[in-house]
Design a binder for this molecule. Structure first.
Ligand SMILES: Cc1ncc(COP(=O)(O)O)c(C=O)c1O
Length: 411
């Protein structure tokens, strides 16, 4: 389904006009289509129905409770990377037995928290972490279920800051350390090795990389499973790409086919998608504060900024921009920028947009993943509200932060 469409000449989320939301909640704000998020969850579940698969939503992509709840109600588990995310996910109804804890630097209190909640598995990234987890679990009289995260050294050909599956990155255990780590894990009574995991990176468009990772995990897993039937699951991570501009992401059916060797080898498959589920379901709506020209450029200075959506500044990520009520007339080329005191504070450069006026609403599209979740209060700008829409109804799932709340923690 289309989360956003032009209705009577203006953009709407499902059947709610974005201009009505702007009147009700002020700008900037994030808006999400719940129906779209649910249909993405359903599409993944359907594509993998023939394979024993557990789909764990990567909470970091969009961690607001009002988004997590429908995702977990749709049958997904959670992939978390901090004690904070674990707490959020469980509060929003994530089943502990479908919750996995990833991350390269889990602290002792975070390992202890995961044990207290009886989560399904810790994805362990070093012998040191294995030892600490064993120690904490033994003290509690527990046995922690573990998957070892292997760094498969596969170039998934995505942007450098979001590529994680290469040896030069900080993630995972390399193949030549794997045997030693497995031996260590099996010697420690506080841990039980139930599988292997990997994560190649984000916004991956090539199925070949996923297929290669699946083959490698199956190869290692098959060898290590001999005499150890409890090693029964392989986690391929997240990373499936979406279309922001002209990318050609694989279909979810082809994605499932590329990962079929996992179930064919008798393993349960675990997935950790984030972006694919929420990216297209969320837009950031902002108002033009002022229009200005220099000898070289026309700038639309808007009331959203890099603190609200950092992806363009951080990764030079491209988000299409729409006028909420496009005017007729010749398009012009503008830079859409925020008010933050950084030249890198832009939401889109050299965009061809219909004629603009101060006060117009613009929508930064495809902002549902790593948008709000990477937001900050830089320049002492309050966090924007988040609105969830279903059909004709809207609901505020996070209110706008008050100025006083920005400095409430200061003593
Ligand atoms: C371990 C892990 N799993 C899953 C994901 C989700 O990736 P994506 O949102 O691209 O699906 C990430 C994101 O970087 C990750 O680090």
């Amino acid at each position: 389904m289309n989360a956003f469409s032009l209705l009577n000449g203006e953009w709407a989320c499902e059947q709610v006009a974005l201009s009505d939301l702007a009147k009700q909640y002020g700008t900037p704000f994030y808006v999400y289509s719940l129906s779209r998020i649910e249909s993405q969850c359903q599409a993944l579940r359907t594509a993998f129905a023939a394979h024993p698969t557990q789909i764990c939503f990567a909470v970091k992509a969009c961690p607001t409770g009002g988004i997590l709840r429908p995702v977990f109600q749709a049958g997904l588990g959670a992939d978390v990377v901090s004690g904070g995310e674990l707490t959020r996910a469980l509060r929003a109804g994530a089943p502990a037995d479908k919750t996995v804890f990833s991350g390269v630097g889990k602290q002792d209190w975070e390992l202890a928290l995961g044990l207290e909640h009886g989560i399904q598995a810790f994805h362990v990234e070093s012998p040191d972490e294995l030892g600490r987890l064993h120690h904490i679990a033994s003290q509690k009289g527990q046995r922690a279920r573990v998957r070892l995260r292997v760094n498969p050294n596969i170039d998934a050909r995505t942007a450098p800051y979001i590529a994680t599956g290469l040896h030069k990155t900080k993630f995972g255990i390399s193949e030549n350390q794997l045997e030693d780590c497995v031996r260590l894990a099996r010697s420690l009574p506080g841990v039980s090795l139930i599988g292997l995991s990997c994560h190649l990176g984000s916004q991956i468009q090539e199925l070949k990389a996923f297929g290669e990772a699946a083959q490698r995990l199956v190869g290692w897993g098959t060898r290590l499973r001999e005499g150890h039937p409890e090693l029964a699951s392989l986690d391929i991570g997240g990373g499936l790409a979406v279309r922001y501009l002209d990318e050609k992401p694989p279909s979810v059916q082809d994605f499932a086919a590329a990962l079929a060797p996992v179930s064919q080898a008798g393993f349960q498959l675990i997935l950790e998608p984030g972006r694919w589920i929420v990216a297209e379901a969320g837009w950031l709506v902002t108002r033009i504060v002022t229009l200005k020209s220099t000898p070289e450029k026309v700038f639309a200075v808007v009331d959203a900024a890099m603190n609200d959506l950092i992806r363009p500044s951080l990764y030079e990520a491209y988000h299409p921009i729409e006028c909420v009520r496009p005017r007729k007339g010749d398009p012009q080329t503008v830079d859409v920028v925020g008010p933050v005191c950084e030249t890198g504070d832009f939401l889109g450069l050299d965009r061809s947009l219909p004629p603009l006026q101060t006060g117009d609403l613009l929508a930064i599209t495809h902002a549902g993943a790593y948008g709000s979740s990477m937001g900050s209060t830089y320049n002492s700008r309050p966090l924007p509200p988040e609105i969830a829409v279903r059909a004709t109804q809207s609901q505020c799932i996070r209110r706008r932060q008050k100025i006083d709340e920005i400095f409430a923690l200061e003593t």
